[in-house]
Each structure stands twice: as C-alpha cells, then as structure tokens.
Ligand binder design. Structure first.
Ligand SMILES: Cc1ncc(COP(=O)(O)O)c(C=O)c1O
Length: 383
C-alpha cells in the first residue's frame, strides 16, 4: 500500500487548508509572546471572537453577529437548542433520517413528556413537505431537520418545509453538519429560526468548534441549558439576558474559533461553490464507475439533489469485510456501519447490514476516485 486515500469527509475534513494551519500556529505563537511579555491576552481573544462571529453571521447571512453562539460542535448546539426550547406537553417534528445528534436529545425529551413525530422519508431519503403540514398539531412548537442525510446524501427540501412550519408559528431549526461549506445557506431565505453548525467537516476548521445562530423569535423562547461563568454580569444568580453571553458559559475554544475564522475566509476566497461543483463532478465520476458492480447504491444518485456522500451495500460480503479490504489492500479510508444515524438506515432498509460510506471533500482528486472505483471493481468481481 503506497499511500492512503481519505474518503471519509462526511465524518470530518481530515486535512485543513494551509492558511488555516498557519492561522492556528500564529495564534499560538502570539499567545506565547503575550505571555512572555506578561501582556493582557483578553483583548486579543475578544477580537478573535468578535471577528469570527462577524464571519459566521456573514457566511449564513444573519444581520446581527451577537446572535452567533459558539459551542464545541453541532451536537452540543442541538442539545442546547432542543432542551432550551421544548417543554413537557410540547410537540416536535423531525425526520426519519436524522443523526443521533437530533434523535438522542429528542428521545431524552420524550421521556420528559415531549411528543415527537418522525416524518417518514422515502427509501432514498427524499421527503414530501406536505407531511409537515399534515403533522402539525395545536401544541407543535418546533421542526428540526438535517439539511442533508449523512448516510444517503439526499438534500432535504428545507425551504418548503420551513415555510409551512413558519406559516403555522412553529420554530424551525436546521442541522447544517453535512451542508455547511457545500451548499449556500441563507438563514433568512430558508426561514430558519436557528441554524446549527459544526466546524470540523465542510467548514474546514478544527474539531471542537461549532455553534448556532438564533434569531429574536428563538431567543425569546429558548432558555439556557448550559449555565456558568460568562465574565459578565457576575452579580446575577442566573445567566445574563444579553447575547451571546446568555448561551456561552465557560472558557471558549479560542484556537477553534481562530481556525474557523481562517477557514471561512479561505472558503470565501476560494469560491467554495466552485469547489462544491468540483465535488459534484467527482461524485458523478464515482457513481458512473460503480453502477455495474454487484452492490446496492443508496440515495438519489443524482448529484444535484445530494451532498458528496455515497453509501453502498455489497451483495456478496459484509460491509465490515468490504471496508476492511479497501483499507488493508488499497489504503482507502471509508466509514462503515450505522454512521450514528440508525433511523436513516432503517429508512433505507440497511439497519441490519449498515453500509460502506464514501464521502468526498475539498481535497479529493479524480485520481483518488479512479483508485476507489478500481479497488471496488477488483474486490467485488474477483472469481
Ligand atoms: C447530519 C449530522 N448531524 C450532526 C452530526 C454531529 O456532528 P458533531 O459530531 O460535529 O457534533 C453529524 C456528524 O456526522 C452529522 O452528519
């Protein structure tokens, strides 16, 4: 095995663009220098956070950067949002292709008296927006949806679903884990009350930084779920009411925030939508290369309706075996199993087998796709 081929971008973007690494290194060096000079570091970190908040607000098209809350990742964000917005007796809508980052907090809330409806997606992950309208009850408070399935790759009709929810006064929450950095996400245009994001996937920042943006309507109903020191209003027993302090207790991940600032600048400078187009073409190349092989390909198999994620189930061996052979004999890194999204697998009929997931990103090359197609062909058509 000469070199490794990383096709697991759906889990994380392993490599980061050079300017992101440089920004992190510079930040650390700067801290060293400040510490050596015994200067006050607070100003530098406050500026770091301020600029990053501005960059995030601009990226998701929200006009007020103080509404950008930093957390560790989208999982923490979704827990804070769902626990903060829902009360016993409330009804929440979600889909049957959610990641455990949504379905586990909801399972916990269900035990506390929150009613949950899972809107059934089709086998390919598609969703009929009419289901939202049909499922709204007088006590429906919130609709939470992933923007795209991390198993099937299918992009969900967020704009249509959120428009229906908003027309009924239901709060809308978007999980952008699989789409941020790939699709343009305009919080206002999508009528999202809350947009939750994670830094380490398509946004190309370090692991351990994520967050959410909430509008005034969401801020009015959401209670803090995490509480603690904010460095402000310390005389108060409760969390302050001002944003972002209300939802940002504890010492922030300055290095992660710095990496996110740099990665958003890099994405903008590169024209990330052009990069996304490149990833679509690579996905198309992969789909075309494997279509005659003895395996089931999940999802829409249409690059305009999907993120660059392709899950497959081989006919004559287990997914574990296939993933292992790909890695051991060809150095190809994929992700097999249930991908923390059991209900998406149930939807696709692969709960018992799992799938082998190939996912492509900013630094995937056509040569790597070719290698993956060749490896699959050799493994699956061996006599
Ligand atoms: C759709 C979706 N939501 C949430 C998550 C959780 O992301 P994180 O682990 O960064 O919180 C993932 C990660 O795979 C995901 O794909």
């Amino acid at each position: 095995m000469s070199q490794q081929i990383y096709l697991n971008h759906g889990a994380t973007s392993l490599r980061k663009p050079e300017p992101v690494m440089a920004a992190v290194t510079t930040y650390l060096q700067q801290n060293q220098e400040l510490a050596a000079k015994r200067s006050f570091m607070g100003d530098a970190s406050e500026r770091n956070r301020y600029l990053a908040r501005e960059a995030v607000a601009e990226f998701f098209n929200y006009p007020d950067a103080s509404h950008v809350i930093f957390t560790a990742n989208v999982t923490t964000s979704l827990n804070m949002i769902l626990q903060g917005c829902l009360r016993p007796g409330d009804h929440v809508l979600t889909t049957s292709v959610e990641h455990n980052a949504v379905s586990r907090p909801l399972a916990m809330l269900q035990k506390q008296g929150v009613e949950v409806t899972y809107l059934p997606c089709g086998v390919d992950g598609s969703l009929d927006p009419q289901l939202v309208a049909d499922s709204i009850r007088p006590n429906t408070r919130l609709l939470v949806m992933t923007h795209a399935s991390n198993v099937l790759g299918t992009i969900l009709p967020i704009k249509e679903c959120f428009a229906i929810a908003k027309a009924h006064g239901v709060l809308t929450v978007l999980d952008t884990a699989q789409t941020a950095g790939f699709l343009p996400i305009d919080m206002l245009d999508l009528q999202a009350d809350v947009v939750a994001f994670t830094g380490h996937k398509g946004l190309l920042a370090l692991a351990g930084i994520g967050g959410f943006i909430l509008n005034d309507e969401a801020a009015a109903v959401m209670r803090p779920w995490l509480t603690g020191g904010t460095g402000s209003f310390s005389e108060l027993a409760d969390m302050p009411t001002v944003l972002p302090d209300r939802f940002e207790p504890g010492t922030p991940n300055e290095l992660g925030i710095c990496s996110l600032r740099a990665s958003l600048a890099w994405l903008e400078a590169q024209d990330y939508l052009a990069l996304a187009q490149q990833e679509r073409e690579l996905t198309q190349q992969f789909l075309a290369g494997i279509k005659e092989l003895p395996l089931r390909i999940l999802g829409r198999q249409n690059i305009q309706e999907s993120v660059p994620v392709v899950s497959v189930v081989p006919q004559q061996m287990s997914c574990d075996e296939l993933a292992l052979q790909l890695f051991e004999d060809y150095g190809i890194i994929t992700r097999n199993g249930l991908h923390c999204a059991p209900w998406a697998h149930e939807t696709a009929g692969t709960l018992a087998t799992g799938t082998v997931r190939f996912s492509f990103g900013w630094d995937t090359t056509s040569w790597e796709i070719q290698q993956a197609v060749q490896a699959l062909t050799e493994i699956l058509t061996k006599e």
